[in-house]
Design a protein around this ligand. Structure first.
Ligand SMILES: [Zn+2]
Length: 59
């Protein structure tokens, strides 16, 4: 029932584009609470996303 790190990283990438189902989010959260590697991965994804959002509209 538990997600593997590979499944978690796929879900995290997916979550950047589309909302996850409730079940997916719960399993993700459970995994992140016990797995440092995936927590770090999620943090870096969030960082990238924030950086992209902060980018000014003009090049
Ligand atoms: Zn993991």
């Amino acid at each position: 029932m538990r997600l593997t790190c590979q499944q978690v990283s796929r879900l995290l990438s997916q979550a950047q584009d589309q909302p996850l189902s409730l079940g997916e989010r719960i399993k993700l959260r459970l995994h992140l609470s016990v797995c440092d590697a995936c927590s770090n991965f999620r943090r870096s994804l969030g960082f990238i996303r924030q950086a992209a959002r902060r980018r000014p509209p003009q090049p």
